[in-house]
Design a binder for this molecule. Structure first.
Ligand SMILES: *[C@@H]1O[C@H](CO)[C@@H](O)[C@H](O)[C@H]1NC(C)=O
Ligand SMILES: *[C@@H]1O[C@H](CO)[C@@H](O)[C@H](O)[C@H]1NC(C)=O
Ligand SMILES: *[C@@H]1O[C@H](CO)[C@@H](O)[C@H](O)[C@H]1NC(C)=O
Ligand SMILES: *[C@@H]1O[C@H](CO)[C@@H](O)[C@H](O)[C@H]1NC(C)=O
Ligand SMILES: *[C@@H]1O[C@H](CO)[C@@H](O)[C@H](O)[C@H]1NC(C)=O
Ligand SMILES: *[C@@H]1O[C@H](CO)[C@@H](O)[C@H](O)[C@H]1NC(C)=O
Ligand SMILES: CC(=O)N[C@H]1CO[C@H](CO)[C@@H](O)[C@@H]1O
Length: 432
């Protein structure tokens, strides 16, 4: 016991475990431009769980994370994560809300179950009807990458701030998470339904708030099958901003180069076949994409005022070992019902967060090599709506929803010291 606690103290003192100071208003003015890129569908353990530059990272390097092959069978073989994830994941895992229930709780209909994170493999076996002895195929949902697989992301994390306890907003798919990211609620949507395709979400978004406050924004988009996130909202179309404030991605590179990025840049990646990381996008093409965005910002005359936030919309069905927080305030009172694969209905009240996803803050105004776990001076957690909380403080905007209010801001991680050692270029993506 005594030995354990001294190990803990050593770990705690010896590494960059950051304490977020409560008040940091003088730092705010250093950031004039905020750039957000939300990539697709990978969990923290899958993408970042193999990073080794700081042993404090809450990943898989010092942990054996296993799931039973069949969670309903008493003596099922265990399937354990190994650092052998493939460049192209062949079987896109289930990431519906009901599938997420199975992954977290081991049942589609959680009641009093503990979130043991034991159902990822079983759900994968079920989704793909994987032959009863094909452990290596089933393991793809729990396998992970090493720094050699993801050198670009590794360099971003190592040079800036990595969050290892940042949760998606919804334990479900892309668009409900993207709606939480941009408006603090999905307005009762739990799947990628048609309302996301015809701009019918009625709630106030960050884009509307920024326009009201006369703060410039552009949604640069490379999407094909999905609308850019700003176009989820009816306001964006009714105000005519769909004509003026949604631009193709190529324009981002021109605007970065000429120093003409707006105060708020929102980037939608292509989805889902080459640059977004979404299966079957190759990991190394996604790495090439995030490298190109970083290097465009780093080379921009605006870099000195810029905060670049990279996150992932949701876990994409890939395994993680940290249970998502429960009992969290929803964005509003609207619930969502879907039918699980067993044919029975489940209703979700948006009162739990989604799985952990990798998130990095990059700026000349953040410290190098910080690994940020849970917030230490505030209640709440770091989650997608932490971005809205931060922006509300940065630009004096109203808090959009109770979920935003509950979320922790990260403005304490913005320092008063300008760094001139931020890398101009990042490594080349891996060939694997
Ligand atoms: C899992 O185990 C249960 C209970 O033994 C069994 O009914 C079910 O068919 C098994 N599922 C698979 C995919 O083998
Ligand atoms: C297991 O699945 C892989 C595809 O991921 C396949 O190539 C292999 O032949 C399968 N092995 C068995 C024993 O079925
Ligand atoms: C990742 O999630 C989406 C929605 O969750 C799902 O259709 C697909 O399996 C994945 N891609 C996208 C775009 O959502
Ligand atoms: C939204 O689009 C779907 C097709 O994607 C269509 O069936 C539906 O009528 C549309 N709804 C509105 C309000 O335009
Ligand atoms: C996506 O971006 C790439 C690189 O800038 C470009 O070549 C491609 O045309 C874009 N596609 C769309 C649909 O915007
Ligand atoms: C913007 O929305 C209006 C109203 O629906 C539509 O007429 C117009 O074509 C849209 N513009 C673009 C560029 O999508
Ligand atoms: C209004 C506008 O510029 N829309 C563009 C948004 O970006 C996509 C590419 O993702 C273009 O196809 C649209 O024309």
């Amino acid at each position: 016991m005594a030995m354990l606690s001294s190990i803990f103290v050593l770990l705690f003192l010896g590494w960059n475990v950051n304490l977020v100071p409560a008040s940091s208003s003088p730092s705010k003015s250093h950031i004039k431009n905020v750039v957000v890129l939300v990539q697709e569908n990978l969990s923290f353990d899958n993408f970042a769980g193999g990073l080794t530059y700081n042993p404090n990272i809450d990943g898989l390097v010092n942990r054996h994370h296993c799931n039973p092959y069949n969670i309903s069978a008493p003596h099922s073989p265990q399937v354990c994560g190994k650092p052998v994830a493939k460049n192209v994941a062949p079987d896109d895992p289930d990431h519906s809300i009901s599938g997420g229930n199975m992954q977290i709780y081991g049942t589609y209909h959680p009641d009093q179950e503990k979130p043991l994170m034991q159902g990822f493999v079983s759900e994968q076996v079920h989704s793909y009807e994987i032959d009863n002895h094909n452990i290596s195929r089933a393991a793809e949902v729990i396998d992970y990458y090493t720094p050699d697989h993801v050198p670009v992301f590794n360099a971003m994390a190592e040079n800036f701030v990595l969050f290892d306890r940042w949760f998606a907003a919804v334990p479900g798919p892309t668009n409900p998470n993207r709606a939480y990211l941009t408006s603090g609620t999905s307005h009762g949507h739990g799947m990628n339904d048609n309302d996301f395709l015809n701009s019918t979400l009625p709630q106030k978004s960050i884009f509307e708030q920024l326009s009201e406050a006369d703060i410039s924004w552009i949604n640069y988009s490379n999407t094909t099958g999905f609308l850019p996130d700003s176009l989820f909202y009816s306001w964006t179309v009714e105000s005519g901003k769909n004509e003026t404030n949604v631009k193709p991605l190529d324009q981002f590179f021109k605007d970065a180069k000429s120093g003409n990025l707006p105060q708020f840049t929102w980037i939608n990646p292509e989805c889902c076949s080459y640059m977004s990381f979404h299966p079957p996008s190759p990991i190394n093409m996604g790495e090439g994409f995030i490298k190109s965005i970083y290097e465009a910002l780093r080379g921009s005359p605006q870099w000195k005022d810029t905060l670049f936030i990279l996150t992932f919309d949701e876990h994409g069905g890939f395994a993680d070992h940290v249970p998502p927080p429960e009992g969290v305030p929803p964005g509003d009172r609207l619930g969502y019902t879907e039918r699980a694969d067993d044919g029975k209905a489940i209703t979700f009240h948006f009162d739990r967060l989604g799985m952990r996803v990798p998130t990095v803050l990059m700026s000349p105004w953040v410290e190098k090599g910080v690994v940020q776990n849970r917030p230490t001076d505030q209640s709440g957690e770091f989650t997608h709506t932490s971005i809205l909380k931060f922006l509300s403080h940065l630009w004096d905007l109203d808090i959009l929803t109770p979920r935003v209010e509950w979320s922790s801001s990260f403005e304490g991680l913005i320092t008063d010291t300008f760094r001139d050692d931020t890398p101009e270029t990042l490594p080349m993506p891996a060939d694997f």
